[in-house]
Design a protein around this ligand. Structure first.
Ligand SMILES: [Zn+2]
Ligand SMILES: [Zn+2]
Ligand SMILES: [Zn+2]
Length: 287
């Protein structure tokens, strides 16, 4: 709509009365902002009270629901990494952290991200902070019957402070991870990676082979696989059995696959299982 180059005072006063800001009127009518401000003073029209969006409101305007309950970030992203970022009142925020606070009503502890599989999802129901993620993994660990993690790692770090869990519930020492990374960066010769948990130590000494068998690469005691962890000898058969079945074996756990020293969890049998197998044989071939 073409506006006369020099709008009359009445046009400006009309818009002032409608509650528009000086800046908006100046732009709209192509007039000087100073003139608008002078007319506002002369007519005692109060300044427009700015009603900026809250952090959460601004966050919401930059999200878009995606199938599966996910929430896509359609706002700003960091140039190099593509990580969602949000600017609010001169400060930068993580949209995932804002989502966390919306859901939990408290600031996140540590790095916030979603574990739902949708890349950089910012759905409040899908994001978690470090503490929440660790708690979920601890539950998974308990469900898998892996037991409580050790009090100390093999280097003596307190696991109450430095203990963490992998997505599958395996325990590891965060401090050792940091130290190992640092050692790698400075090119120090790396020893065998330090195990933070018994199952970790077990995993570091196994190698899958063909046929689904798992080869024991650790030490032996009287030609039986043996694993020394935190000054105690453990049976790799028992560990493998527990990892696979989620329970301790009754009696001895031994491979039933015919491959000597196989530590594939699915190939191990304990006493009740052996008895069942034997009675099955008896039933088929006669006792
Ligand atoms: Zn999601
Ligand atoms: Zn450690
Ligand atoms: Zn086997």
């Amino acid at each position: 709509m073409p506006t006369p180059p020099n709008a009359p005072d009445s046009a400006i006063i009309a818009l002032l009365g409608d509650g528009y800001s000086n800046k908006r009127i100046a732009t709209e009518l192509h007039v000087d902002k100073v003139r608008v401000a002078r007319l506002r003073r002369e007519h005692s029209i109060p300044n427009v009270v700015q009603q900026p969006l809250t952090l959460e409101q601004k966050w919401a305007t930059r999200t878009r629901p995606v199938e599966g309950g996910h929430l896509e970030w359609v706002g700003e992203r960091a140039t190099a990494s593509g990580t969602p970022v949000m600017r609010y009142k001169e400060a930068y925020y993580s949209p995932a952290a804002v989502a966390f606070e919306i859901k939990h009503g408290r600031p996140a502890e540590g790095y916030v991200r979603a574990d739902c599989g949708y890349k950089q999802c910012v759905a409040p129901d899908h994001v978690n902070d470090e503490a929440g993620r660790q708690e979920a993994r601890r539950k998974l660990r308990a469900e898998r019957g892996l037991g409580d993690p050790s009090q100390e790692c093999s280097r003596g770090h307190s696991q109450a402070e430095h203990g963490r869990f992998e997505p599958d519930g395996t325990a590891y020492c965060q401090m050792c991870k940091v130290l190992d990374k640092r050692a790698q960066r400075f090119g120090k010769p790396s020893l065998r990676p330090r195990a933070a948990s018994l199952e970790d130590a077990f995993r570091l000494r196994t190698k899958p082979t063909s046929g689904g068998h798992v080869c024991w690469t650790g030490s032996f005691n009287n030609s039986t696989p043996s694993l020394r962890f935190q000054h105690v000898n453990h049976s790799p058969y028992r560990i493998a059995f527990r990892l696979h079945h989620g329970r301790d074996p009754e009696g001895q756990a031994k491979p039933a696959c015919g491959m000597p020293h196989c530590v594939a969890g699915a190939h191990l049998e304990d006493r009740p299982m052996r008895q069942r197998t034997n009675s099955l044989y008896d039933a088929i071939f006669g006792a």
